[in-house]
Design a protein around this ligand. Structure first.
Ligand SMILES: C[S@@+](CC[C@H](N)C(=O)[O-])C[C@H]1O[C@@H](n2cnc3c(N)ncnc32)[C@H](O)[C@@H]1O
Length: 155
């Protein structure tokens, strides 16, 4: 299994980058004994202003072939954290490669969105894509702690 996050935009040094790095480090440490690999972040950027169509082409090229595509979209399903953890464990047990996809300011182009195996939402409100990266990294870490039976997730 491998896990990638394919995201539009370059995350510069700053609070969001620190949080993503911290949660993904924690995920790697907690996930190791659970058979979960560390997460690789792939960033794409269209400097020619081609919008979501051009970004979709860059994302499609960057997504590892054969990966199961989990797209982040406010219109998607809203799993609970334990449901997300179960799904992650299921993908691991099936040895599937996972690629989470986060769009840019114009969202994920429908041509790419239709390839999604699963669309998940962090609520119906729209969040800035860099915050969505932080939230996804935290939910991955939370999922690992749930699978490990550690007390981080108390609900
Ligand atoms: C600023 S949003 C773009 C919103 C855009 N209006 C659209 O139609 O998708 C940038 C990216 O952040 C992610 N995102 C924003 N809000 C989200 C939410 N509530 N749940 C899941 N992902 C979200 C999506 O991947 C989205 O493509």
């Amino acid at each position: 299994m491998r896990i990638d996050i394919a995201a539009v935009g370059r995350l510069r040094n700053g609070p969001e980058a620190e949080l993503v790095s911290d949660y993904l480090d924690r995920f790697a440490r907690t996930g190791r004994s659970l058979g979960l690999p560390s997460v690789n972040v792939i960033e794409v950027e269209d400097k020619r202003g081609g919008g979501s169509t051009a970004e979709a082409e860059l994302l499609a090229r960057a997504i590892p072939s054969g990966a199961t595509l989990v797209m982040l979209d406010e219109r998607g399903q809203q799993p609970t954290s334990p449901e997300f953890a179960d799904k992650l464990a299921g993908y691991r047990d099936q040895a599937r490669d996972l690629c989470f996809v986060i769009g840019g300011a114009d969202g994920i182009d429908p041509t790419l969105r239709q390839r999604a195996d699963w669309q998940i939402s962090f609520g119906r409100m729209v969040w800035p894509h860099m915050l969505v990266r932080v939230m996804l990294a935290e939910q991955l870490y939370r999922a690992a702690t749930i699978l490990a039976g550690s007390p981080y997730h108390r609900a």
